[in-house]
Design a protein around this ligand. Structure first.
Ligand code: FES
Ligand SMILES: [Fe+2]
Length: 335
């Protein structure tokens, strides 16, 4: 499929996670980011390469090619590409063709991509987040049929959790204590309130109760949009539950109108009940993926996908959305 003009195109200079490392075997994968299609492949020695998807010869999708040794071989006329983008054409061995350079990294179980600017120096560091104290229970990927701004809106307000979510939410937005801090490099939001009622099935797996007090605190940074949530529960007596979640969520612009969520889930290494040991990761992953599915379903039902906000109709939980707009504009649109 051809690249599309995209208002987020300038943001390719920032590192973005493209896909989980475990998804990339010997078969090339195609991915779209900021309107551009890329093919990602892993060579026999384990090196990861990324190229524009269209072969520079006659535009075949390189995702239909095969990896042989250290080369990706185009399925149409057999031109070959190494992980640095050097092109080897069997009929013109000294042509010296080179595909645009893309930078790649593998870290935190993800493959990261950026497009360097001409003449720039060393690449910027990858985004970081706290993780060594908890176990990574898995990575999920969700496609969202909504633009970056509206998708990030959903994940930076907690008012919707009462109506949209089944477990991870507040009983009533009116009883949530909300605090917001805007810092030069991030926004911080604290939310505290009674946990919403949830189906009895869930408390067989996690030691939270519908009578608990829920805290959902997060920090959003913008290189690319990355929100780290710390979710904890306390009993009526104020005892901290052993179950807690750290959710690291990237919201990526795929096109002007579509986004992708890449989410890393972290839990304590030791949990009570059936969540102890090897069962912990799959259950936490399934539960969180289900809650994210509910977010995606809500976003898919928006009647209007225009990212403009009307400040007149915003509520107290939406104050941060205007700030998000400003920061997205700086990151992606050069505003
Ligand atoms: S289109 Fe790829 S080698 Fe011809
Ligand atoms: Fe949500």
């Amino acid at each position: 499929m051809a690249d599309q003009p995209c208002r987020f195109r300038a943001g390719l200079r920032h590192w973005h996670p493209l896909l989980p490392s475990v998804q990339l075997g010997r078969r090339p994968h195609r991915r779209q980011l900021c309107g551009q299609w890329f093919v990602v492949f892993r060579t026999a020695s384990g090196r990861v390469g990324a190229l524009p998807e269209a072969c520079p010869h006659r535009r075949m999708s390189l995702a239909t090619g095969k990896v042989r040794g250290e080369m990706l071989v185009c399925s149409y006329h057999g031109w070959q590409f190494d992980a640095d983008g050097v092109v080897h054409c069997p009929l013109m061995p000294s042509a010296g063709l080179q595909q645009p350079a893309l930078q790649l990294r593998e870290s935190h179980g993800l493959i990261w991509l950026r497009q360097p600017l001409a003449g720039e120096g060393a690449p910027p560091p990858l985004p970081e987040w706290p993780h060594s104290d908890l176990l990574c229970a898995g990575i999920t990927v969700h496609d969202v049929p909504a633009p970056l701004e509206l998708t990030l809106d959903n994940f930076t307000e907690t008012e919707h959790t009462t109506s949209v979510h089944q477990v991870f939410g507040f009983r009533d937005p009116a009883s949530v204590q909300l605090r917001l801090e805007l810092e030069p490099s991030c926004t911080r939001v604290w939310n505290r309130g009674p946990q919403k009622p949830f189906p009895r099935l869930f408390d067989a797996f996690i030691d939270i109760r519908p009578s608990d007090h829920f805290a959902n605190d997060w920090v959003t940074r913008f290189e690319p949009p990355l929100t780290v949530y710390e979710q904890t529960w306390r009993s009526r007596l104020g005892t901290l539950r052993r179950f807690r979640l750290r959710v690291v969520l990237f919201v990526l612009p795929v096109t002007d109108q579509r986004s992708q969520l890449i989410t890393l889930l972290y839990t304590p290494r030791l949990l009570p009940g059936p969540l102890h040991g090897w069962l912990a990761a799959p259950i936490v992953r399934a539960l969180t993926a289900h809650e994210l599915d509910l977010d995606v379903r809500a976003l898919a039902q928006l009647a209007d996908r225009n990212p403009e906000l009307s400040p007149r109709t915003l509520g107290p939980f939406d104050r941060v959305l205007l700030e998000n707009r400003r920061r997205i504009s700086t990151l992606y649109l050069g505003g």
